[in-house]
Design a protein around this ligand. Structure first.
Ligand SMILES: [Zn+2]
Length: 233
């Protein structure tokens, strides 16, 4: 596998919907796990509107998708998944949402936070935009400084400084991760989302093609790309 992706140990992924992590960063997460990193996932919604069916309730769909996400996390080696169970499609970048993310950051204390790039122009799911911007704002300055949400202190949640933000789905990525050895794990984790897939072979082909396209920008067989922001600690 060559050199390590990062010297940091603790990684938190924050995404809007089940399967967002796998599409955006599944190969990278599998690599980080292989390198012995501890990875946890914060799942903001359980994707309760993610269907074209009318004969399924949001509650039933959410339960099914949480099971699919747990299976995907087992495949990737993600240690823990936290379900915030906020309503799918209705996330707003407000202070109440930010408090939920800050709480997770102050609890798990990650070195790296991976999330959606909220700045990609035009077609962007509103939940992806809301999660990206709220997570960035949660990392800096909110989780870092003790006078934000001071009730956390009373609960034993100390302020925390994150070292790096990694944004997937970026218009202008600057870090390309070679996922050639973990692409099959990424695909297996995506196939675990059975409620979202009609043709697993077609999905595998599409994911392989996309990873090849991204990799071609840097002469890598298969890659995922990120905009990485280093924060002053
Ligand atoms: Zn999504």
């Amino acid at each position: 596998m060559g050199e390590m992706l990062t010297p940091h140990q603790r990684v938190m992924v924050v995404v809007a919907h089940p399967d967002d992590m796998e599409f955006g960063a599944g190969g990278t997460v599998a690599r980080l796990v292989r390198e012995g990193k501890e990875v946890v996932l914060v799942q903001c919604t359980s994707g309760d509107k993610g269907t074209s069916r009318r004969d399924i309730s949001p509650e039933t769909l959410a339960r099914q998708r949480e099971e699919e996400e747990r299976e995907a996390c087992r495949i990737l080696g993600v240690r823990e998944v936290v379900f915030l169970r906020l309503p799918d499609g209705e996330l707003e970048p407000d202070l109440a949402f930010r408090e939920r993310i800050v709480r997770q950051i102050r609890s798990f204390r990650p070195d790296i936070v991976i999330t959606h790039d909220p700045f990609r122009p035009y077609a962007l799911h509103p939940d992806h935009r809301a999660v990206g911007i709220t997570t960035i704002d949660a990392v800096y300055p909110t989780a870092r400084d003790p006078l934000y949400f001071p009730h956390h202190l009373a609960e034993g949640l100390e302020p925390h400084k994150v070292a790096e933000l990694w944004l997937f789905g970026a218009q202008y990525p600057d870090v390309y991760v070679d996922i050639s050895e973990t692409l099959d794990i990424k695909i297996a984790a995506l196939v675990a989302h059975r409620s979202q897939i009609s043709d697993p072979a077609e999905l595998a082909e599409r994911v392989r093609e996309r990873a090849a396209e991204v990799g071609a920008e840097r002469g890598i067989a298969y890659a995922e790309a990120f905009k990485v922001i280093a924060l002053r600690r």
